[in-house]
Design a protein around this ligand. Structure first.
Ligand SMILES: NC(=O)c1ccc[n+]([C@@H]2O[C@H](COP(=O)([O-])OP(=O)(O)OC[C@H]3O[C@@H](n4cnc5c(N)ncnc54)[C@H](O)[C@@H]3O)[C@@H](O)[C@H]2O)c1
Ligand SMILES: [Zn+2]
Length: 681
């Protein structure tokens, strides 16, 4: 090969990589719908960085390596970052971390070990929020680092994010202007529940919690965002006026005191060795964390040193992301079989040659639905990459096409239900196939499994095998039948002895006093998962009230949309469901009413209450506080009497507090008061 030819081929590869990366950026940042895994993306990106570094003459200012993220979509108002919001350089191994430490030490010209702050790298999406005089004014996504999308109304629906900063006596004062940076994310459990609801509704699924968080935040309709259980952790600032910090660590403590959630797992580490130990500890905890973490972020602790080190085009020199190795492995798909869910949805599941991924052996991986299989072009017999993120159900990432022998077979959706042999249909506008037969044994079994599960009736010892037998023997046709079972019934089944039969009957009997939210969840109403079940329980307080609710009352609840309301109404209109629910109640199942606790049931708590304020509140004026409870239906009085329901006491309360004590009137401190206010009031 001549010099020119090889140069041409390198140039060609560089252009190819740039084009691929641009496409994947678009899928990931603009559509929240990536088609390759992060690890694969990172590999492409690193290859491009390597080639550009080795051939500086081929570098170009519009290469994706010179840019952050993706330009904002013009459906949104622009949000200009007062200080550019950059990305982070990645390290993939120990050696690269040591190299980072050497570089920093050298640039600073110091001899002692560097102090770093190490934080879990949340896998969500970055936002910046502007607070003026402690009030949340605007919020935007990162976008291309200079300009993001204005998502203010959406960010305001996230409960963890305060509209007002606190100023506790032992904390920093409220800055005149502050832009705070953080990561909006979704817990894994919430993500799975959301995907289950979407699956039942026949809607396309989110690939992972990050995409679910991003897709939920980047909505033109903030009512949709409000329905999604988003959370946030904050880790940095852009602009800061009127207050200053010395270190990243102090900054994190300051943010926390202002009322901004900060990840409690963050640590200050003296020297790179401690950072490496921290990384190992977080990696160990990773599977048991409720949210996805894709590495740890390491920052030079002294802010003065951060300023000295400065930034490159795309990332600061004072920070690095030390990424976790992905939990992926290669194996082969032996077969693809469909599994029937409790609402009749048919989910194709890949049966795999067993393989260990991140210490766990997996034999099956979900393929979600036919569209997904076709999009990924997965075939029976394919060698594939599978991945497991935390306790999320393992999934097939992609086939390795180069390994095909020609013997692989495409999957065909079954024409009849594998359980009841009824017809399989795909309803208009849905991505899933369903069996519509209500008494399909597979659906009944799945419904009872759901009914008995931990977040529902929590019946100990009622596992899949036993449920299967009970249904196949005709002993149980719906959840209410469980409460009619006797020890004699169980003793007729293989595997039961007197003790185990008695235990199961007792567990069933003891499940009859569920929390209202768990009971609502247990019914398995389409689209109503654990999150919505608790929203509904908080609102209605009693099962009777929930059951009688009409469409309008339902849609008036924050977080309940038309589809959900329709599904609930439809559920209770159905004769069979009504009979089943009545049978449950007749069998002694009595869901517990929700007590009116101000912290959990804010909207209705203040209605018709007489309130007196005393002392000064740190987070708002007394007038503002009064306006807020009035908006919630309370009366505000100036003196305490026997008719007073609540006294809110700030700092330096007067004699009103004494009087409240004497009259045994309920007293709330500022914290409790703030928690009692629903967001948005
Ligand atoms: N699969 C795909 O197609 C695809 C496409 C584009 C990007 N990606 C993924 O996105 C990454 C690049 O995105 P990026 O530019 O956001 O970089 P990054 O995710 O590697 O790192 C920067 C981001 O980390 C986040 N972060 C989380 N916790 C933090 C903390 N404690 N302190 C500071 N920052 C914290 C911030 O949002 C910050 O913007 C790639 O490495 C890849 O994994 C994937
Ligand atoms: Zn069926």
């Amino acid at each position: 090969m001549t010099r020119n030819e090889s140069k041409d081929s390198i140039q060609k590869r560089i252009e190819e990589l740039r084009e691929q990366i641009r496409y994947h950026n678009y899928r990931y940042y603009a559509l929240d719908d990536p088609v390759i895994s992060d690890a694969e993306y990172d590999a492409l990106f690193r290859e491009l960085v390597r080639l550009e570094e080795a051939h500086p003459e081929l570098a170009s200012p519009d290469s994706p390596t010179q840019r952050v993220g993706f330009a904002p979509l013009d459906q949104f108002e622009p949000f200009d970052h007062p200080v550019p919001m950059l990305s982070l350089e990645n390290a993939m191994n120990r050696e690269e971390m040591l190299e980072f430490d050497r570089r920093v030490t050298k640039l600073l010209g110091v001899s002692e070990p560097i102090a770093y702050t190490a934080e879990p790298k949340m896998d969500g999406l970055a936002v910046e929020i502007l607070y003026e005089e402690g009030r949340l004014l605007r919020a935007g996504t990162r976008g291309d680092g200079y300009r993001g999308e204005d998502v203010t109304p959406n960010v305001k629906t996230i409960r963890a994010i305060p509209w007002r900063l606190f100023s506790p006596a032992d904390g920093p004062p409220i800055p005149q202007r502050l832009t705070v940076r953080g990561e909006v994310y979704m817990d894994r459990k919430a993500f799975e529940a959301l995907n289950r609801e979407r699956e039942e509704a026949g809607e396309p699924l989110f690939a992972n919690p990050r995409n679910a968080a991003a897709g939920s935040l980047r909505q033109l309709d903030s009512a949709i965002t409000a329905r999604r259980p988003l959370k946030a952790f904050f880790y940095g600032i852009g602009l800061l006026e009127g207050v200053s910090f010395e270190t990243q660590w102090d900054l994190l403590q300051g943010l926390r005191k202002w009322g901004l959630p900060v990840n409690p797992l963050s640590e200050r580490c003296l020297g790179i060795e401690r950072v490496l130990a921290y990384y190992e500890r977080i990696e160990e905890q990773r599977p048991s964390l409720p949210y996805e973490v894709d590495g740890v972020v390491v920052k030079v602790d002294r802010l003065e040193w951060q300023r000295i080190l400065g930034e490159k085009t795309r990332s600061p020199r004072w920070a690095i992301a030390y990424k976790f190795a992905p939990h992926q492995a290669r194996t082969r798909i032996v077969d693809i079989q469909v599994q029937v869910g409790r609402t009749g949805v048919l989910t194709p599941v890949a049966h795999l040659e067993p393989v260990t991924v991140g210490g766990v052996t997996i034999r099956r991986a979900t393929l979600h639905n036919l569209d997904e299989i076709e999009r990924k072009d997965v075939r029976i017999g394919d060698e594939v990459i599978v991945q497991r993120a935390g306790d999320v159900i393992p999934e097939v990432v992609r086939p390795i096409r180069e390994k095909r022998t020609g013997k692989e077979r495409p999957f065909r959706m079954v024409a009849e239900c594998p359980s009841c042999h009824g017809p399989v249909v795909r309803l208009e506008g849905e991505v899933v196939h369903r069996c519509l037969n209500k008494s399909c044994p597979a659906q009944v079994k799945a419904a009872i499994r759901h009914f008995a599960s931990r977040d529902a009736m929590d019946i100990d010892g009622l596992g899949q095998k036993i449920i299967s037998m009970l249904v196949d023997e005709g002993l149980v046709k719906n959840p209410a039948d469980l409460y009619r079972l006797t020890e004699e019934d169980l003793l007729k089944l293989p595997g039961f002895a007197e003790k185990s039969a008695a235990n199961l009957i007792r567990a069933i009997r003891e499940s009859r006093r569920p929390e209202l939210a768990d009971f609502i969840n247990a019914l398995g109403i389409q689209l109503v998962g654990t999150h919505l079940a608790s929203v509904l329980a908080e609102h209605f307080k009693t099962f009777e009230a929930f059951r009688r609710a009409g469409r309008e009352e339902l849609t008036a609840i924050e977080g309940v949309g038309d589809k959900v309301a329709d599904s609930i109404v439809r559920y209770f209109q159905n004769e069979e469901n009504r009979k089943m629910v009545d049978a449950l109640l007749a069998a002694g199942v009595t869901p517990r009413d929700v007590e009116a606790a101000p912290t959990e049931s804010a909207p209705s708590f203040w209605r018709d209450k007489t309130v007196v304020f005393t002392g000064t509140l740190a987070s708002m004026s007394r007038k503002e506080a009064a306006d807020r409870v009035k908006a919630l239906g309370a009366r505000v009085a100036s003196s305490v009497s026997a008719k007073t329901d609540v006294v809110v006491a700030g700092e330096n309360p007067g004699s009103k507090l004494e009087r409240a004590r004497t009259l045994k009137v309920r007293i709330m401190d500022e914290d409790e008061f703030l928690r009692s206010l629903p967001e948005g009031t």
